[in-house]
Design a protein around this ligand. Structure first.
Ligand code: JFZ
Length: 442
């Protein structure tokens, strides 16, 4: 759209952040879990001994994969060791406060017994309503549940990438109705759902349906007040996604931070946001072989700290095996991250951007509604002197290690409104947190 209209019919409904309690809860999560599980997990990125050189959940689209082989594989989906309670307990122990679970990925296979297609868990040997078990188990552990839903559906014959003919439009009308029914079904069957995480919305067919997508989003929110939907769902009437033709974010938070993290606060444009991240370099569904680097727990904790320090949440993806258990690497990371979170979560939960100039030792986070700033330290200099430069009109009253609140650390005032905090001599093997009690002044 070369011309920028001032008034859009299907642009953003709001400028700036949502101010309700549901969104405040979302904002305070700090850390989340993503789970990709489905028919693709059966393949684990492999077909007849050959490894797919792409994201494992996309293996159906591999040139070597006969669609018939993929599309009948659900008849083997029989996760004998699946235990949603165990999943939820692992997530709880890790310290995540929300989970996003794949109800239907691009392949179109539904992990709940949808009334509107036969391609569901009900027709696999598993039979269990996986979505219900996950929603119930996580909710019971106090972890909020969000449902991942791919609009793009490779299984539904009415899905179109583009609308070029009359026939395309007719088919896509049916598809839109199908989508609306499935989403209504999900919200009605799983009323504990806090939000929907949409994907597969990038094709022209969907982008040309701006009015429909807008109306659908509003309809879903009337069905479920407080529902949270990110910016990867709808389009405006010009086919713009995420940000409308006037430059305003459409959706409750910016959903574009995928496997990348903003560098500065300016990059997030005052919006809520979260970053979803894989443990291996790419690939969300189970991959038998992790080729290349996979992230260590300390790297993952650093990403979490970085996200929270810039006002976002960090969401780590897990790809369970076809039997319903997690690979040992993922179990280990969840355990180690949980051990750290147990001690240090004060610097992650309900924390926000502190507004202080970033320093090389790590990341600041600030407790919402408290006069406390946290330093999450990843790099200890050989001098053991950590520079702290508060924002204008803020003074540091007191500094201490989160794990030793009774022992204040010395603060050496420098002449440019900064101070040095001197760390006690010790071995620093793990990231740690320093609490700064602050007051107005300066
Ligand atoms: C999508 C899916 O295709 C993928 O399988 C996975 O589910 C992931 C969470 O989402 O992949 C994307 C979507 C958007 C971008 C990159 C990968 N993007 O905006 O950069």
């Amino acid at each position: 759209s070369a011309q920028q209209p001032k008034v859009l019919q299907h642009g953003a409904h709001r400028v700036g952040k949502r101010t309700d309690v549901e969104m405040a809860t979302w904002r305070g999560y700090g850390m989340g879990q993503f789970i990709h599980w489905g028919v693709y997990s059966l393949f684990g990125g492999e077909l007849n001994g050959n490894y797919y050189n792409g994201a494992a959940e996309w293996i159906r689209s591999w040139k070597d994969m006969p669609n018939g082989v993929y599309d009948s594989a659900y008849k083997q989906f029989n996760p004998s060791s699946f235990d949603a309670t165990q999943w939820a307990k692992m997530a709880k122990q890790m310290g995540v406060r929300y989970v996003t679970f794949t109800t239907k990925h691009h392949d179109g296979f539904c992990l709940w017994p949808s009334k509107y297609t036969d391609y569901t868990i009900a027709n696999s040997p598993c039979k269990k309503d996986i979505v219900k078990q996950v929603v119930d188990a996580y909710t019971k552990e106090g972890i909020d549940v969000y449902l991942y839903f791919s609009i793009m559906d490779w299984h539904n014959p009415d899905w179109r990438y583009d609308l070029k003919t009359k026939e395309d439009s007719v088919a896509f009308e049916r598809f839109k109705l199908f989508t609306k029914k499935q989403l209504t079904e999900l919200l009605q069957q799983y009323p504990q759902t806090k939000g929907l995480w949409f994907d597969g919305t990038w094709d022209n067919s969907w982008k040309k349906s701006g009015a429909f997508t807008d109306t659908l989003e509003q309809y879903l929110k009337t069905l479920h007040p407080g529902l949270i939907i990110g910016s990867r769902f709808r389009a405006d009437e010009f086919g713009n996604r995420h940000v409308d033709a006037t430059g305003v974010l459409m959706g409750d938070y910016e959903q574009g931070w995928e496997r990348k993290i903003p560098k500065t606060y300016a990059d997030v444009h005052g919006n809520d946001w979260d970053c979803v991240m894989t443990i291996p370099e790419n690939g969300w569904g189970y991959q038998k072989k992790w080729l290349g680097h996979w992230k260590t727990t300390n790297e993952i904790l650093e990403m979490t700290a970085q996200c929270v320090s810039l006002g976002g949440n960090f969401v780590l993806n897990f790809g369970p095996k076809p039997d319903g258990t997690f690979r040992p690497e993922e179990v280990e990371i969840a355990k180690e991250a949980g051990e750290w979170m147990k001690i240090n979560n004060a610097a992650i939960y309900n924390c926000e951007y502190a507004g202080w100039e970033k320093q090389d030792w790590g990341y600041y986070t600030k407790k919402t509604n408290e006069n406390k700033v946290y330093m999450i330290v990843f790099n200890v200099p050989v001098s053991r002197s950590l520079k702290v430069k508060p924002s204008k009109n803020t003074l540091v009253d007191k500094a201490y290690l989160l794990t030793a609140p009774g022992k204040t650390l010395s603060l050496e005032k420098l002449d440019y409104d900064a101070s040095f905090i001197q760390l006690p001599s010790a071995q620093y093997k793990q990231p740690f947190v320093i609490v700064l009690e602050t007051k107005e002044g300066g």
